[in-house]
Write a protein that binds this ligand. Structure first.
Ligand code: 3PG
Length: 306
């Protein structure tokens, strides 16, 4: 049986070696397709794969149909909005993610970008400190919890909004629960977004929320570009010259924003929150183990298409 690792954005080499080892020790064949330029390469490689491990690679109905022997798809990471779950379910394929494995890496980048914004993108002018500032965490999942832990070290006052997380979990982490999105955006100097892209969240953060942020605020997005209403963001940045937006996922209107608001916006060239060797090793090995376990005896602990 064949396990295919298809990553347009490759894992660190050390992670690839570990994945190969897990797959081969289980007696399966390992195949690697990295930095592929065309979808046709993925379609060809998946044709005889039993398991497919991906990152943000798009696994749509066409890819699923091409994977005639596919039994399991493991997204080595948290968000699985890149996978057509309905098509996978209809084809009888199990889809899993590897929750928590890359969350510290993403959380650390949040602070890399927060400090950069606070110091005026390192332009040499007098900036600000994170200490004693208010940080609002939008969704208290694995990344949000790591963000809270690090924020404490900076001496920030931390609150979070998450209707799926009991208040006690936040309180135990020294985080103040807030119960409305207006309170989260209106009451914090920094807001860090950690919601998934779903039909409900797409375009859900727009002008009203962003422009409700206090003077001099910074909005940090290491989640998905789709959750932002980009016209609303542009309008908020236009009306409020004191606001900054830093993101690990370039908005579609990035060049327009950079032209109009240079010095107040920053976008990584490629999504790099989870791009550390540690996160690659953690998520890659977890994905390899989960693929092997599913192929061996149907273990599907992290199945997302139940
Ligand atoms: C995730 O959902 O796990 C992160 O967005 C990381 O995505 P990546 O594997 O494409 O870096």
């Amino acid at each position: 049986m064949k396990v295919l690792v298809a990553t347009e954005k490759p894992f660190a080499a050390v992670a690839v070696n570990s994945i190969r080892q897990v797959v081969e020790e289980a007696g399966f064949t390992f195949e690697l397709l990295e930095k592929y330029a065309a979808k046709s390469e993925l379609l060809a490689a998946v044709a005889d794969a039993d398991a497919l491990i991906v990152r943000s690679d798009k696994v749509d109905a066409e890819v699923i149909a091409a994977g005639k022997s596919l039994k399991v798809i493991v997204r080595a990471g948290a968000g699985y909005d890149n996978i057509d779950l309905a098509a996978a379910t209809a084809a009888g394929i199990c889809v899993e993610n590897t929750p928590g494995q890359n969350s510290n890496a993403v959380a650390e980048l949040v602070f890399g970008m927060a400090v950069m914004a606070a110091r005026n993108m390192y332009d040499g002018t007098s900036g600000a400190e994170l200490k004693d500032k208010k940080l609002g965490i939008h969704a208290f999942g694995q990344v949000g919890r790591n963000v809270a832990r690090i924020a404490k070290g900076f001496g920030m006052e931390v609150s979070a909004l998450d209707p799926f997380c009991p208040d006690e979990v936040m309180l135990q982490a020294g985080v103040k629960p807030v119960h409305s999105i207006e309170e989260l955006y209106g009451g914090n100097n920094y807001v860090s977004i950690h919601i998934p892209a779903t039909p409900e969240t797409r375009g859900s953060i727009g002008y009203e929320l962003i422009s409700a942020m206090p003077k001099g605020s910074v909005l940090i997005n290491t989640a998905r570009k789709e959750v932002i209403d980009e016209d609303g963001l542009r309008k908020a940045l236009e009306m409020r010259p004191d606001l900054k937006y830093v993101a690990d996922i370039k908005p579609d209107n990035a060049p327009e924003l950079a032209d109009a608001f240079g010095g107040r916006v920053f976008f990584t060239p490629k999504k790099m929150g989870a791009q550390t060797s540690e996160a690659n090793i953690n998520a890659g090995i977890a994905a390899a183990r989960q693929s092997v376990a599913f192929l061996k005896d149907g273990t599907d602990t992290y199945r997302v298409n139940k």
